[in-house]
Write a protein that binds this ligand. Structure first.
Ligand code: ZN
Length: 149
């Protein structure tokens, strides 16, 4: 099963979300509000293992900061990826100013940095504003997940 644990954006309850169930509405088990799967999720460093490393789906993580101009230019790119690859890939955003310990641990030294994780392992990384590379990373995740032929 392709499951990922995501926090409800309304009540913050962690929910295991099964993405094999088609694209029907998914509701929070606690507050019954919908999970919106067509956009990036916010992830904090405490949830990194639960949401990113333990995910059964590829996760593209965007380390950003509110004060960083190039980070804002990454947003429309990853919004598109989240919308177009809904159910195939999770896009997560991590506020770098609140994830210092995590960044030290996985050696993220600048923003924007985007890392693709599959099965808990980093498979590729983009540092700085690299729109083409970000798109290629998302494509490669899906090709590996669903090999052709
Ligand atoms: Zn909820």
């Amino acid at each position: 099963m392709k499951t990922v644990t995501l926090r409800c954006i309304f009540c913050l309850e962690p929910n295991p979300v099964n993405l094999n169930e088609g694209c029907d509405e998914r509701l929070c088990t606690k507050c019954s509000k919908p999970f919106l799967m067509d956009r990036p999720f916010r992830i904090n460093q405490e949830d990194f293992k639960m949401t990113v490393l333990d995910s059964k789906l590829p996760v593209l993580v965007d380390f950003y900061a509110d004060w960083c101009g190039p980070c804002k230019m990454v947003n429309p790119i990853i919004d598109d990826i989240a919308r177009l690859r809904q159910g195939e890939l999770i896009v997560g955003k991590i506020d770098a100013d609140r994830a210092q310990d995590l960044m030290l641990e996985i050696e993220v030294t600048s923003v924007p940095t985007l890392i693709l994780f599959m099965n808990g392992i980093e498979v590729s990384r983009s540092v700085g504003l690299e729109p083409q590379k970000i798109k290629e990373m998302a494509e490669s995740a899906i090709e590996k997940e669903f090999p052709h032929g």
